[in-house]
Design a protein around this ligand. Sequence first.
Ligand code: ATP
Length: 266
Amino acid sequence: DDELGIEIERPKIGFADVGGMEALKQEIRVKIIYPMEHPEVYEAYGKKVGGGILMYGPPGCGKTYLARATAGEIKASFVSVGIDDVLDMWMGQSERKLHQLFQHARDNAPCVLFFDEVDALGGRRSDMQSGAARQLINQFLAELDGAEHSNEGVLVLAATNAPWHVDGAFRRPGRFDRVLFVPPPDEPARADILRIQCAGKPTRDIDYARLAKRAAKYSGADLKAVLDLAIEAKLTEAIQSGAPPQPILGRDLERAIKQHKPTTQE
Ligand code: ATP
């Protein structure tokens, strides 16, 4: 959408493309996918449908990726909004734009609406403190509550690296009443992530479990960077030698792991 400066995606990835995170996927199913698909069952138990999930955790560990995969999983459209970025872009008309954004999601339902850096709504910069920030938060909460317009088919996910900066009003029942930690991937998850990222690429002699062990403390984003490095080396090799492209080997990935240092600390 031109006016909003935000595009609608149709993600092709689903939960199968997300390594590890089984508990998180299950939470998302129960908390937001099932209610959307079977509202009558929830109503039968007097359970109100709505609200969202707030994810927190170190950068590069898949919050955005999981949100995108959630949309793909249920063939919904996907809108990703970096609060910090849009606040600058929407300067002076944030509330109106925020409303337009939710309308946009409603018009494109089913839609996963993802807010990154949602803590920035509460004002990260000094000029955003106080009155203006409060108004913006209230607008956000009104939209989230579906006060004026039903949010049927709109699934709201949000992420932050700083959950303690997220306004308390967000956490009330029916809003972001589930706060989920997205941890750095453990060893089996890292093996999974590497396997997923190598899928569809020419590979040979790769022991994923062994690589995962070598890549302790690597985030999903780090593992992606490792694969990119290995591929780059292969490309250069192929082009310089004039030989046909060779498959990526386990040892190519091991070399790349040594070249790329992990960015997360535990
Ligand atoms: P940030 O807080 O910086 O936005 P994030 O937690 O949202 O970080 P993503 O941007 O989702 O991290 O992850 C970066 C990239 O790492 C993804 O695009 C994806 O390629 C890869 N990745 C991360 N986690 C996984 C995972 N569990 N399975 C497969 N790929 C992953």
